[in-house]
Design a protein around this ligand. Structure first.
Ligand code: ADP
Ligand code: PHD
Length: 452
């Protein structure tokens, strides 16, 4: 059995959904189809999920939502009309949106989640209905009572029971069309995953039913060794390990969500990333191990939106428990951190900026000053992490030097270097505005002259 997930671009229009149907028909092993909300039809288009977030924000501001609801309904109407599904389905969608908008607003985050999730939920219903009209027996299945997630305040993840409950889907006679991106808590409260989270749903389902393969359909032929929007014609990656993919998707390879690897990784289920617009292309296979090629570096990614908390104190290295106390202050503010490069008397804690606001920063700085009696403490913002990833890096010397030289030739300062203990990744912290030129320079250094 194959579980396949189709991303927003793959289900953005009737033409795209027809391609999806052909792909499903083409291989009878494709029994479970996870779908996203309609994505962008062109680079100027707006994803339905973004329209829905705007709708939710408008509702929370107590402004009129009628026009915003209509914009979303129009997107579905374009699709259903062309698929020959009749008009009543869009009235059902309009009513569903009105019901969600009229829902409980006591917790803003959950209210927004409920509206956001309608994008995939309604699209799954449309796609299941369409499959039936073309002779593919199909059934929409709701995540309710199956894909069980944890409660607030932690980020959303599937609890162990979800896998047990979802296993029944393996028995279905019909093709199952399952909406991506959200689940329900045990008490029936809807929660969404992070943006791009339909990849996570597909992976959970693949693990739950013990699929032979998880196919992730998108709008590019494969994963490239660098973002194709920045680097011209980057090298294709045919095979990549889970570990390499995790590192690269964590730091900017938006083609596959980093949290989507864990469920399939635990069950050794291979992942194949493929193109809905060119399904005969072999795509990229994500596998437990692979043969090393001549290239030490498999991919280079860049992600922006990082901040640093810099702390210095003379003889910090001798003070027992200093790091723990410092990290406890961040934990108290609900902040996770990414890297902690340190010297004898100073330490920088690198974190995602979206976890911070002015009040939090002031509270943290004040507590660090008072409780740890430091010499200096401040926040800096606007950093990007450039990450070189490759299983072959472990056996290669001089890589960090080559990368640092390529960056320094651009006249750009390296703020931080961190070599992961596993030695499959090397991270450089740089000022955000230089990220594209650095990516291009590193690509040139590690890929241009080296054969595959
Ligand atoms: N290294 C990379 N390899 C392939 N695609 C990448 C890479 N980095 C960024 N992308 C972008 O990811 C996009 C696909 O991801 P996403 O937008 O989430 O698709 P989907 O709509 O299928 O979920 C591609 O169109 C491409 O521009
Ligand atoms: N629609 C959601 C979830 C998702 O996974 O979408 P996509 O497959 O288009 O990345 C989002 O935009 O975040």
């Amino acid at each position: 059995m194959i579980v396949c997930k189709f991303g927003g671009t793959s289900v953005a229009s009737a033409t795209q959904i027809q391609k999806v149907a052909n792909i499903v028909k083409d291989n009878t092993a494709r029994r479970i189809v996870v779908v996203s909300a309609p994505g962008k039809r062109s680079s100027e288009d707006i994803k339905v999920t973004d329209l829905l977030i705007d709708l939710a924000d408008t509702a929370l501001a107590n402004a009129d939502v009628a026009a915003k609801i209509q914009t979303v309904v129009n997107r579905y109407e374009d699709i259903t009309a062309e698929l020959g599904l009749g008009k009543d389905i869009s009235e059902v969608i309009a009513q569903d949106l009105r019901d969600r908008v009229a829902g409980d607003r006591s917790n803003k985050e959950l209210f927004v989640d409920s509206i956001k999730a309608s994008g995939e939920d309604n699209n799954a219903k449309v796609i299941a209905a369409y499959f039936n009209t073309i002779g593919v027996p199909a059934r929409y299945v709701s995540p309710k009572d199956l894909l069980i997630v944890n409660d607030l305040p932690e980020r959303t993840f599937a609890v162990a029971e979800a896998y047990e409950r979802l296993a029944v889907l393996a028995q279905s006679e019909e093709v199952i069309v399952f909406p991506g991106f959200f689940g329900y808590t045990k008490d029936g409260i809807l929660r969404t995953f992070d943006r791009g989270g339909s990849d996570i749903t597909g992976s959970i389902l693949a693990a739950a039913v013990g699929a032979e393969l998880y196919e992730n359909f998108t709008d590019v032929d494969c994963v490239f060794s660098a973002n194709p929007k920045v680097v011209n014609n980057p090298a294709e990656i045919k095979e990549i390990t889970y570990r390499e993919m995790r590192e690269l998707s964590y730091a900017g390879f938006s083609v596959f969500h980093d949290e989507a690897l864990m469920p399939v990784f635990k069950k050794d289920i291979p992942v194949n990333i493929k193109n809905t617009n060119n399904p005969s292309a072999p795509g990229t296979r994500v596998v437990p191990t692979r043969e090393l090629t001549g290239r030490p570096v498999t991919g280079i990614s860049v992600d922006s939106g990082f901040s640093t908390l810099y702390v210095s104190k003379y003889l910090m290295n001798r003070e027992i428990g200093f790091g723990r106390k410092l990290l406890q202050i961040l934990e108290d503010e609900g902040i996770s951190y990414e890297h902690t490069p340190s010297g004898l008397d100073d330490i920088s804690i690198i974190m995602r900026s979206n976890q911070l606001n002015l009040e939090k920063e002031e509270r943290i700085v004040k507590r660090v000053q008072q409780e740890l009696q430091v010499d200096n403490v401040y926040f800096r913002h606007g950093f990007s992490m450039v990450v070189l990833v490759g299983e072959g890096m472990r056996n290669s010397t001089g890589l960090a030097g080559r990368a640092a030289l390529a960056i320094s030739k651009l006249g750009v300062n390296i703020e931080m270097i961190n070599q992961g203990s596993s030695e499959v990744s090397l991270v450089f912290g740089v000022q955000q505005n230089y990220e594209d030129i650095i990516l291009k320079a590193l690509y040139e250094e590690f890929f241009s002259a080296v054969p595959v």
